[in-house]
Ligand binder design. Sequence first.
Ligand SMILES: Nc1ncnc2c1ncn2[C@@H]1O[C@H](COP(=O)(O)OP(=O)(O)OP(=O)(O)O)[C@@H](O)[C@H]1O
Ligand SMILES: [Mg+2]
Length: 608
Amino acid sequence: MKGRLQGIRVLLALLKPYWLLVVVMAAVALAGSVAEGLGAGLIVPLIEDPGAGTLDGVPLLNQFGRAVEGMDFGQRVRWVAVALVILAVIRGTAKFLSALLSFRLRVKVEGGLREQTFRQLMEVELRYIYKRTSGDLIATVNSYPRDVGEIVRAVGNTLPLFLTVAVYATLMFLLSWSLTLVAIALLLLISGILRRFVTVRVRRSARRVYAAIKRLHSIGIEHISAIKLVHLFYQQARGETAFAEAVGEYQGQIYQRSWLVGLVGPLFSTLNIAVLAVLLIASTYFLLPQSGSWQALIALFVVIMYRLMAPAVGLNQTRASISGKLPSLTAIREFLRTDNKPYLVNGKQQASPLRERLAFEDVSFRYYGETDIVLDHISFDIRKNQMTAIVGPSGSGKTTIADLACRLYDCTEGRIALDGTDIRDLDLRSWRSKIGVVTQDTVLLNATVAENLRFAKEDATQEEIERAVRSANAYDFIAALPKGFDTRLGDRGVGLSGGERQRLCIARALLADPELLVLDEATSNLDSESEALIQQAVERARENRTVLVIAHRLSTVRRADHVVVLQAGRVVEQGDHSLLVKKQGYYYKAVQMQSFEPHDGEVGWIIG
Ligand SMILES: Nc1ncnc2c1ncn2[C@@H]1O[C@H](COP(=O)(O)OP(=O)(O)OP(=O)(O)O)[C@@H](O)[C@H]1O
Ligand SMILES: [Mg+2]
C-alpha cells in the first residue's frame, strides 16, 4: 500500500510540469463522459409511456421525459435520432482528443525522463557508476523511461474511463440508490478478488521480466565488449546458450504477464454479468413495492450497467498493466535520487598555472561502498617541469593515484593541493583543462581520427592537430590510413595496433598543450620499435611540462626525476633512480629481479 502511494506521488511529481496538458485532458475527458451519460439517458423518451411518469421522481433523468412531453412516439424517435448523432460526434471527438493528448503527455514525460536519467548518468560520480553494470545503466536510460511513458499513457487513458464510470454510477444512483450500493459493493468485491489473484501475480511476474531484461542487456554488452576474447577462447557457443536462455526466460515471463493481463478483461466482464443477474433478481424484491410500473426503471438500469461494463473492465485492465510496469518507475526513482549518491562538488576558484608543485598530502582513499582501503596515507610531490614516476606491483593503487590527481574522485582523507590550494576548491573545468591524460586502457571513440583528437580540444586547428600528432610519433601511421585523419575507427579502435593506439592517445592528450601530463602506461607488451617511438614521444612531451607517469617499464622509470614506489597502497620509498638503487630496498629488488630475466634487456620491463 505504501509502495503504491509512493508510486502515485512519484507519478504526480512527473506530471507536474505538464499540469496544463493534464487539465485540458481532464476537461476533454469530462465532456466525453457527460456525452456518454446523456447518450444513455436518451433511452428514457423511448421507453417511458407518455404520461405514465414513472421516472418523474428521478432527478436529472426526468428531464429527458420532460423534454419530449407532448410529442407523439414518431416525433420522439426522430428527436432521439438527431440527439444521438450530436452526442456521438462529441464523444468521438473527445475520444480522439483524449488519445492524442495522452500520447502527447506520454511522449513528453518519456523524453523528459530520458534527459533526466542521462544527465544523472553524466553527473553522478564515477565511483557510483562503476558499481552498476552497463546493461543495467543502459536499461535505465533506455527501456525504463519508455515503460514509465507507457504508464503515463495508461493513466491518461484511464481518466475518461474513470469519469465515465463516475457518470454512470451517478445515473444509477439517481435511479435506485439501494441497487447501486449493492452493485458498487459487489463490483468492488470483484475488483478486490481480481487484484488478489491477478494483479499481485502480474507484479511478481513483472519483476521477473525486469530481471530477465537486465540479464539480456548484460549478456549482450559483455559479449560485445569482450568479442575478441570470446573468439580467442572459442566461446561463441557458450555466449549463444546463455543468451538463448535469457531470451527464453524473458519470453516465458512476458508471456505469463500478458496472459495474466489478458485474463482481467474477460474475467471481470463475466463476473460483472453475474453481478447484474444478482441485481436483477434483487430488483424484483427492492423495486416492485416502490412503483407500479417499474419496467422503464429496470430497463434503464440494465442498459446503464451494461454500458458501465466496458470502462470498468478497461480500468481493471489498465491497473493490471500499470502494475506490470511499476518496477521501471521504482528503478528510475531510485536512480534519480541524489541524496544517496556521491557527487563531485565543483569548486569556485579558477586553477592558476602550476608554480611549484602538486602535492599529495596524507591522502587516503577507498572506493564507493567498499571497506578495503586502496590508498593509505600517501604523501609525495609532483614538481613543476619534472617527471614523477609511480611504480609498484599490480593493484597497488597507481591508476587510482592518477585518477585522484585528475579529481575523478575525491580522496577519503587528506588533500591534494595545487601550490597550497586544495584541488576541491578549484573549478573542475579549469582544473581538467590543465591536465592531459593517457589512460591505461587507451580508450578511443567510435569516430574519425580527427574527431578522436578533437575530443581534447574542440576548436583545434589542423596545424595544432598535426603538431600534436607529430610530437606523439603518430603522423606516419595516420597518414598511411585509407582516409588519413578522416578514417573512422571501429569500436574500441579496431584497426590500430596497441602501440598506434597509445601514440594516438598521447597525441590527444598533447593537443590541448596541458601543463600536467598524466600518463598511465599500458601494461600490454609492445615490440621494441613501438616502444622506442613511444619513449621518444614521452621525451618530447616532457619538455617544459610537468609529467606524472605510471610506469611499468624500467626504461621509463630511469628517465624520471623522482620515483615513488608504491606497495599495497602505501609509499614505501621515494627518490631518484640512483638513490633508490643505492638504498637496496623494494625498488632495487625489482630491478635485480629484472636483471635475472633471460630475455630482451630493458625493453618491455614490467615492475611488479
Ligand atoms: N572501480 C573500482 N572499484 C573498487 N575497487 C577498485 C576499483 N578500481 C580499482 N579498485 C581496486 O583498487 C586497487 C588499486 O587499483 P589500481 O587500478 O589503482 O591498481 P594499479 O596499481 O593501477 O594496478 P595495475 O598495475 O594493474 O594497473 C585494486 O586493489 C583494485 O582492486
Ligand atoms: Mg593501473
